[in-house]
Design a protein around this ligand. Structure first.
Ligand code: 5HY
Length: 244
């Protein structure tokens, strides 16, 4: 039995439920998926400020996972917030959904395009593509300009808007696959795949399977160097409880 803790780093419970549903849909029957979100932090992550303030809550959920015996973790936010810090804290593997989706895309073709939420997040997506070695493979990053929390609001028509943008991205960029740029788009994946004629990649599903595979292979983050557990240190003020 593998226990995976899927962490939605924002505080939107309904979104966490949807993410958990998508992760369980692809996990092995013997895998236990616990979908959680912090009780502190931003209700959605759409800026560098949001992302920075989401990290303490994310790390608190990693610490809670360690206490609960989790074998591995998925960071279910397309900015992969706090990924390095989470790897220092977790005894099992930690995979971000952007990292997972981009790796999968390059296993399925030469290049990919990303369809994300707000235009202001496209820079972060390009930073991650470069960090993961996919700057050349990332043909385009396209924003649908629908806020994260409106993606599951039927009146926003988000599913159609995102599908249309995926189809036009394939035409404009000539990319081999599409990466969905938000955990809130995970439930759109099957419909859009039927429509656009190229692989459409949801990072929640890929990251869940990657963590499951790494755990079943007995593989975890190397603790020899930069991802070794941080030494004891005092933290003051609001963060006083974050001493490790
Ligand atoms: C996400 N924000 O996946 C990102 C998407 C984005 O709250 N969950 C969020 O717009 O960067």
């Amino acid at each position: 039995m593998v226990h995976i803790r899927v962490i939605n780093p924002n505080t939107a419970r309904a979104m966490t439920e949807s993410i958990g549903h998508c992760a369980r849909a692809v996990a092995e029957p013997s895998t236990v998926v616990t979908a959680v979100n912090p009780s502190m932090g931003p209700e959605s992550i759409e800026s560098h400020y949001d992302e920075a303030l989401a990290v303490p809550g994310l790390l608190a959920e990693i610490a809670a996972g360690e206490a609960a015996g989790a074998d591995g973790y998925v960071i279910a936010c397309f900015g992969d917030p706090g990924l390095d810090a989470a790897r220092e804290l977790a005894s099992g593997p930690v995979v971000g959904i952007a990292e997972a989706a981009m790796h999968a895309a390059t296993l399925l073709g030469r290049d990919f395009s990303v369809v994300t939420t707000l235009a202001r997040t496209t820079g972060r997506t390009r930073d991650l593509a470069a960090r993961y070695g996919f700057a050349d493979a990332c043909r385009g990053v396209h924003a649908c300009d629908i806020p994260v929390l409106e993606l599951d609001d039927p009146s926003s028509n988000a599913r159609k808007v995102v599908a249309d943008l995926c189809a036009s991205a394939v035409d404009r960029d000539g990319c081999d696959s599409i990466v969905l740029g938000c955990a809130g788009m995970a439930s759109f994946c099957a419909d859009i795949s039927r429509r656009v004629g190229v692989p459409v990649i949801d990072g929640v599903a890929v990251a869940t399977k990657l963590v499951e595979s790494l755990v079943s292979l007995g593989l975890r983050t190397s603790t020899r160097g930069e991802f070794a557990r941080p030494g004891p240190k005092k933290y003051a003020g609001l963060l006083r409880d974050f001493s490790v």
